[in-house]
Design a binder for this molecule. Structure first.
Ligand SMILES: [Zn+2]
Length: 159
């Protein structure tokens, strides 16, 4: 696919998803643009990236935004990412996956480029030591993420 046709496809995607019955045009467009950025990062067509509850059922609040990216060459393979706020266009994506302790879906890796995803897929999540110190390969967002179960040492006991 040429760069021009990929760009046209991205533009169509943003236009198509910028009108929504419940969400302002600005917010819907920002959300679609975040999806397009993730698609570009992964090297897939934007059609392979969908928000958590699909475009028709986008629910407020939109932040953090959860996006599912399916692999065009292996549709059974779906990667789930969160994005802190679609209004900001310079945030990293976070790959969501099961916490090694409580198995809740939490941010396991900060993904700013395809190489970051490659590094995570090569190494997997680092084992968590008993001393409670988070290995540097984990994003800060892992710790105290609200999805951890209350029995997990990384659960935020203050929330
Ligand atoms: Zn946990």
């Amino acid at each position: 696919m040429t760069i021009a046709s990929r760009a046209a496809s991205a533009n169509d995607y943003v236009r198509q998803h910028s009108t929504h019955p419940l969400i302002s045009r600005q917010k819907a467009e920002d959300t679609a643009r975040a999806a397009v950025r993730l698609a570009a990062l992964l090297g897939v067509d934007p059609a392979n990236v969908e928000p958590k509850h699909s475009w028709n059922y986008l629910s407020l609040p939109l932040a953090p935004l959860t996006l599912h990216a399916s692999d065009p060459d292996d549709p059974t393979q779906v990667y789930t990412f969160s994005y802190r706020d679609p209004l900001c266009d310079d945030e990293p994506f976070y790959l969501l996956g099961p916490c090694p302790v409580c198995e809740a879906a939490v941010p396991l890796a900060e993904i700013r480029s395809l190489a970051d995803l490659g590094a995570f897929l090569a190494d997997g999540p680092a084992p968590l030591p008993d001393n409670g110190i988070l290995p540097s390969s984990y994003p800060d967002e892992f710790d105290r993420h609200p999805a951890h179960s209350s029995a997990c040492p990384f659960w935020d006991s203050e929330s």
